[in-house]
Design a protein around this ligand. Sequence first.
Ligand SMILES: Nc1ncnc2c1ncn2[C@@H]1O[C@H](COP(=O)(O)OP(=O)(O)OP(=O)(O)O)[C@@H](O)[C@H]1O
Length: 231
Amino acid sequence: MLQAQNLTKKYGDQVALNSLNLHIKKGEIFALLGQNGAGKTTTINLFLGFIKPTEGHLTINGISVTKDPQRTKKEVAYIPETLMLYPNLTALENLKFFSALAGFNYSKSELTYFLSKVGLQLSAHDQYLAGYSKGMRQKVGIAIALAKQATALLLDEPTSGLDPKASNEFSQILKELSADGTAILMATHDIFRAREVATHIGIMKEGNLVMIIEAQKISANELENLYLKTV
Ligand SMILES: Nc1ncnc2c1ncn2[C@@H]1O[C@H](COP(=O)(O)OP(=O)(O)OP(=O)(O)O)[C@@H](O)[C@H]1O
């Protein structure tokens, strides 16, 4: 689903990402861990087509991101740390707008279904986003991903600033999405959350993916120790 082969990004002499090989399959959640500047956001931005690789190839659902960016943009949904939604529109209006941009014209009951599926209570659907908490806005972001029928979801530090309950709820929604077949790539600094939600964890250091771990095979403590030894 999400595939990178020898993917490299350089800024002059600075190697932001060095020959990354990665394959995230349908239904997998891959969490990227690593210190500031390790190359996590660079990886996500390359998949989004925001930046171009210096070398290597990357595909989403078999489609080349560099050769056919318009098609790959339709395949992915993106949730950054701070989601850019319209504060003066309601959740329903935001969802209608962004799904229309992706070419979908949903009825109100379909839009309501998506917002309810991500755990937004009915009374909030008609409220302006200006009054939403960060956790509620992130849920609207996931609803947009659902409405877009995205095959892959990319997230950059999505739970940063969320309280533990909101973060837990968000993780449960990610698990449901992956169970429905979405491939998920997530950059995070939250080791505990990564172990809890991901199927695979990659540790990055200085532009290199130095280790891939199956999340179920390691405890949170072991992962933290491994991380501290590695970075
Ligand atoms: N536009 C740019 N010009 C020059 N160097 C850049 C640019 N963007 C990123 N870099 C460099 O690439 C490297 C990787 O950065 P990246 O943002 O991918 O790290 P990160 O792992 O996401 O870090 P953080 O945890 O702080 O978000 C860093 O050394 C960074 O300074």
